[in-house]
Design a protein around this ligand. Sequence first.
Ligand code: IPE
Ligand code: IPE
Ligand code: MG
Length: 247
Amino acid sequence: MDLKSSIDLKKLPKHIAIIMDGNGRWAKKNGKPRVFGHQNGVKSVREVTEASAELGIEYLTLYAFSTENWSRPVIEVNALMGLLVETIRKELKTLNDNNIRLQAIGDLKQLPERSHKALLEGIENTKNNTRMTLVLALNYSSKWEMTQAVKGMIKDAKAGILDETTLNDGTIDKYLATKDIPDPELLIRTSGEMRISNFLLWQIAYSELYFTELFWPDFRKDDLYKAIINYQNRERRFGKISEQLSL
Ligand code: IPE
Ligand code: IPE
Ligand code: MG
């Protein structure tokens, strides 16, 4: 039986988040410069976006550039920013044809002007699409996001809009960049690294984590299906014991 048909469509995660890692090592393995890895990573983005939309996943979040990634060599940062503009422009029609809405989380204003502009255009031109939301995490880090949230809360508390006696974890959700997005049930990281790298720390409190040795440019539809099947075979207990779950 093929992998896709082994997926239980009634038990799909609503939101899948992916740390797309290993482009540089993939390029090195193929005797090519790192940028070649990023270019090939775009193919995986396309495959995974298409596969997710076909299945009926509602939100797909892709970690594309972290706050920490500015420390890379300038040539690589520039190539990544250029690739972003190029990819958004090229894929806009496909996004619209497939009824996919583009969104972004991160400190977007600090992106180079051209990349920022292409991104905002992509978001604006797809805003009425309803099949799936593709969220790009760009110049994103969880600690940046949480710091912004705390600043916003202090401001609102001073203005009398927020009161600490009623503040709960749901309040904090509303101050995050992901305020309109449900928490991911499944987080995937490629390339064999077993770390979170400052990604969605608050939102993955109860996510299922899936790690694969594959480098991102090698990740294909079937690899996404494998991750979903693996997720569907887990028991999510949320602090309870197994016997309570069937009640
Ligand atoms: C992920 O691949 C892409 C980005 C972080 C932008 P890397 O570029 O981190 O590839 P490795 O981890 O060095 O192999
Ligand atoms: C995480 O990958 C960030 C993205 C995928 C955009 P990195 O390659 O930057 O992570 P570290 O530095 O190895 O943890
Ligand atoms: Mg990496």
